[in-house]
Write a protein that binds this ligand. Structure first.
Ligand code: CAA
Length: 272
């Protein structure tokens, strides 16, 4: 792994700052790896985690085409740090317990800031892969859902626990969940807050592949290598097309294909 800092501007996040938050960020050529690194607390996430994820996205080195998100230790992530619901909260980060005193706009801004940490993972010029082992609960499940692809260890367990805690899933997870499993199953999973094991998750299309726990990292590397085999411009344009397909009619999608292809053909002929 070549680098341990983010970008080269004033926005640079030093590895030591990330370590305090419980994150690692490493770039090896075209592959960036973000590791949730607080295994002793099962990689529980805080506001600082989400702000740092957003900053990593803002400062992603230009050569990066694949972003892998993985968790250290037995769990991918146990979700939100439960201290955030206590009156004292997480030191330096406040608490949800005091949120009753804040106006809607300020609460909305706080949530939007957290969501920024997840939304950039859908950028068309990158492919994001979650490597999920053990529990992915609440914000952990949503972080996996924020990625384009999910590779599961055979001990992976997903749970959308927010409704059981009196909350809704608000870290961008509801749309990809419905798109992957369909509305009835999404309602059933969220409103029961039950745990889905790796086999069922694969059957529900929540994972592209299930591998033995010890083979997870290698499986992700293999997938990243295969994804890097395609030309970047074509890969970006194709992902953009695929992402828009659900919102367009067949006619509109055909027009979008033509538009992207014309741009590709021009680039190809300029090269020859
Ligand atoms: N927040 C803070 N600390 C956590 C945590 C969390 N979400 N999850 C685990 N920990 C801590 C435990 O308190 C424990 O700490 P100590 O050693 O200091 O006691 C340590 O991590 C290890 O935990 P366990 O012994 O419970 O580990 P386990 O491997 O037996 O079980 C687990 C793992 C199933 C994830 C279990 O810890 C668990 O159920 N955690 C709580 C999960 C949860 O309810 N998360 C909230 C989801 S909702 C959400 O995320 C809301 C949102 O987005 C808005």
């Amino acid at each position: 792994m070549a680098e341990a800092t983010v970008g080269g501007s004033a926005e640079t996040i030093e590895a030591s700052e990330l370590a305090e938050i419980g994150l690692r960020f490493e770039v090896d050529g075209e592959i960036a790896t973000i590791t949730l690194d607080r295994p002793e607390k099962r990689n529980a996430q805080t506001f600082a985690t989400w702000a740092a994820l957003a900053r990593i996205g803002d400062n992603l080195p230009g050569q990066v085409r694949i972003v892998v998100i993985e968790g250290e230790g037995p769990s991918f992530s146990a979700g939100i740090d439960l201290r955030m619901f206590t009156p004292d909260g997480v030191p330096g980060q406040g608490s949800f317990a005091s949120n009753g005193q804040r106006d809607d706009e300020s609460l909305g801004q706080t949530i939007a800031k957290a969501q920024r940490g997840f939304l950039w993972l859908r950028r068309p010029d990158i492919v994001s892969i979650a490597a999920v082992q053990g529990h992915a609960i609440g914000a952990g499940f949503q972080l996996a859902l924020a990625c384009d692809l999910r590779i599961l260890a055979d001990d992976a367990k997903f749970c959308m626990k927010e409704p059981a805690l009196g909350l809704v899933p608000d870290l961008t997870g509801t749309k990809p969940l419905v798109e992957l499993v369909g509305l009835p199953r999404a309602i059933e999973l969220c409103l029961t807050a039950r745990t889905v094991d790796a086999k069922e998750a694969y059957d529900l299309r929540l994972g592209e592949l299930v591998v033995p726990r010890g083979e997870l990292r290698q499986a992700v590397r293999d997938l990243a290598g295969a994804l890097l085999a395609t030309e970047r411009g074509a890969a970006t344009a194709t992902k953009r097309l695929l992402q828009g397909a659900g919102q367009r009619s067949l006619e509109e999608q055909s027009a979008a294909e033509r538009q992207e292809q014309i741009a590709r053909l021009k680039i190809m002929s300029a090269r020859s």
